[in-house]
Design a protein around this ligand. Structure first.
Ligand code: V47
Length: 376
C-alpha cells in the first residue's frame, strides 16, 4: 500500500525501510528525533503496531507495592527515596506489606508490581520472605518485583553472584523483573542524574541473567532531562542488542522525567515534558525496538489523555489499575493513583481499539461473569 508523503522529506527512506520490514539504524533514530513531523512518525509507528497486534490493546489489573522508600542512592532524578531518618521515610513490616497487598483485592489483581529503595539495614532475607509470604497468601498473583538496581544491591550486600540472588528470589516466587532503573545508559548523563546507581553494563547483565534463568522482564528509558537525541537512540540500540540475544524482554516503557521535588528539578528551571515529546518517544521506541513485542504507554506517567492518544502512535499497552503509586506522585504527578478496569476499557474502546486484559506474561485473562461482576 503506498504511504502518504511525509512533510519532512528526511523521513522518506525511513518509511521505505519500515514498509519493507527492515531494521532502522542509529542514524535513522537520530533523524526521527530531530524531525518534528510527529504525525508521520506516529503513522509509521501505528503501522508497525497494527502489523504486530492489530487493534488489540493490553492492560492488566495490578497493584503496586513499595516496601520501603529508604534508599542509600540519593539519585538526583528521584523524589521517592529518603535517607533513613528523613521525614516521610518508611519501611513496611512484612505483615504490613501483606495487608497492603490484600487491599487491592476487590479488583481481582493478577500482578503485584513491587519496587523500593536500597535500604541500608534490611537483610536480603526480608525480600525473600516478602515474596514467599505474598505467594503463600496470593498464589495466583504474579510477582513482578525488584528492578535491576535492587537485584545488584542484594548481590552487593550478600556478596552472592547476581545469578544466585535471582535464583533464590525465583525460588521464593519471583515471576519477572520490572524495567526500572535503566534511566539513560550514557555514562556522562548517569553521572549527573543517578551518580550512585549501577551502570548500563550491570543493568543489562541483571536482565541477561534473568532471561537465562527463564524469567521475563521489561525495560524503560527516562527522557526529558539532560539527555541528547543520540543518548536516547544509543539506549534503545543497547536494549535492542540484548533482546536479539535473549528475547526475554516483554515490554518497553518510555518514562518522562517529572522534576518536582527532585534535586535535579530544583537546580535548574526544569520544565515537564510536553505531549508532543511524549508521543514522539512512544512512536520512536516502537520503530527502533523492532524485536520488542510491546510498547507500554504508562498512563500514570503520561496522563490518561496522552496515553490514550499514544495507542495510535505505536503503543499497544496501557499498564494497569496500579491502585497506589508513589514514585511519580512524590515527583509531582497530578494523575490519579488508580484507574478501575472499567475506566481503562473505556479509554481503549474510545481510541477505536480492542481491550484485552492480560496477565504479566501477556496471556489473555478470561473472566467469568461472576468475576466480572466483582470487577466493574
Ligand atoms: O526506575 C524515578 C523512574 C522508574 C522519577 O516494568 C522517575 O512494567 C520520572 O520503572 N520522574 C520506576 N521518572 C517506574 C518503572 C515502571 C513503571 C511502570 C511499569 C513498569 C514495568 C516499570 O521511574 C524508575 C525511574 O526510571 N523515576 N523518579 C521522576 N522524578
Amino acid at each position: 500500500m503506498p504511504h502518504p508523503r511525509p512533510e519532512d522529506s528526511r523521513l522518506e527512506p525511513i518509511a521505505e525501510k519500515i514498509a519493507a520490514g527492515e531494521r532502522l539504524t542509529f542514524e535513522d533514530g537520530v533523524t526521527l528525533y530531530r524531525s518534528n513531523d510527529l504525525l508521520f512518525i506516529g503513522y509509521l509507528a501505528h503501522r508497525v503496531r497494527e502489523r504486530l497486534h492489530g487493534r488489540q490493546t493490553y492492560f492488566n489489573v495490578n497493584r503496586h507495592i513499595n516496601p520501603t522508600n529508604v534508599c542509600v542512592a540519593s539519585c538526583k532524578l528521584c523524589a521517592f527515596g529518603r535517607s533513613r531518618n528523613a521525614p516521610g521515610a518508611y519501611t513496611l513490616a512484612l505483615e504490613e506489606a501483606f495487608q497492603k497487598a490484600g487491599e487491592g483485592w476487590t479488583e481481582a489483581v493478577t500482578e503485584f508490581h513491587i519496587v523500593g529503595g536500597l535500604h541500608p539495614d534490611l537483610p536480603f532475607q526480608y525480600y525473600v520472605d516478602l515474596l514467599r509470604g505474598l505467594k503463600e497468601r496470593f498464589p495466583a498473583v504474579h510477582l513482578k518485583a525488584f528492578t535491576a538496581v535492587e537485584i545488584a544491591y542484594y548481590s552487593h550486600i550478600t556478596r552472592l553472584p547476581i545469578r544466585e540472588v535471582l535464583e533464590r528470589l525465583k525460588e521464593a516466587g519471583l515471576g519477572s523483573l520490572p524495567g526500572g532503573g535503566a534511566e539513560i545508559f550514557a555514562p556522562a548523563v548517569r553521572r549527573v542524574i543517578c551518580d550512585h546507581k549501577i551502570g548500563a553494563y550491570t543493568w543489562l547483565k541483571v536482565h541477561r541473567t534473568a532471561h537465562e534463568l527463564g524469567l521475563h522482564s521489561n525495560a524503560t528509558m527516562l527522557y526529558g532531562h539532560i539527555e541528547s537525541a543520540e543518548d536516547r537512540v544509543d539506549h534503545l540500540c543497547q536494549l535492542r542488542q540484548l533482546q536479539d540475544q535473549t528475547r526475554g524482554f516483554l515490554a518497553f516503557i518510555p518514562l518522562a522525567f517529572h522534576p518536582a521535588n527532585t534535586a535535579l528539578g530544583t537546580k535548574v528551571p526544569w520544565r515537564e515534558t510536553t505531549g508532543f515529546t511524549d508521543l514522539k518517544n512512544v512512536a520512536i521506541s516502537r520503530l527502533m525496538l523492532d524485536n520488542f513485542p510491546h510498547i507500554k504507554a504508562y498512563w500514570i506517567m503520561m496522563t490518561s489523555r496522552v496515553a490514550q492518544v499514544a495507542l495510535r502512535f505505536g503503543a499497544d499497552d496501557l499498564d494497569g489499575t496500579v491502585v497506589e503509586e508513589k514514585i511519580y506522585h512524590d515527583a509531582g504527578a497530578t494523575t490519579p493513583q488508580a484507574m478501575t478496569r472499567q475506566q481503562i476499557v473505556r479509554l481503549i474502546r474510545e481510541a477505536g481499539c480492542e481491550p484485552v486484559e492480560r496477565d504479566t506474561l501477556y496471556r489473555p485473562v478470561i473472566r467469568t461473569a461472576t468475576t466480572l461482576a466483582v470487577q466493574v
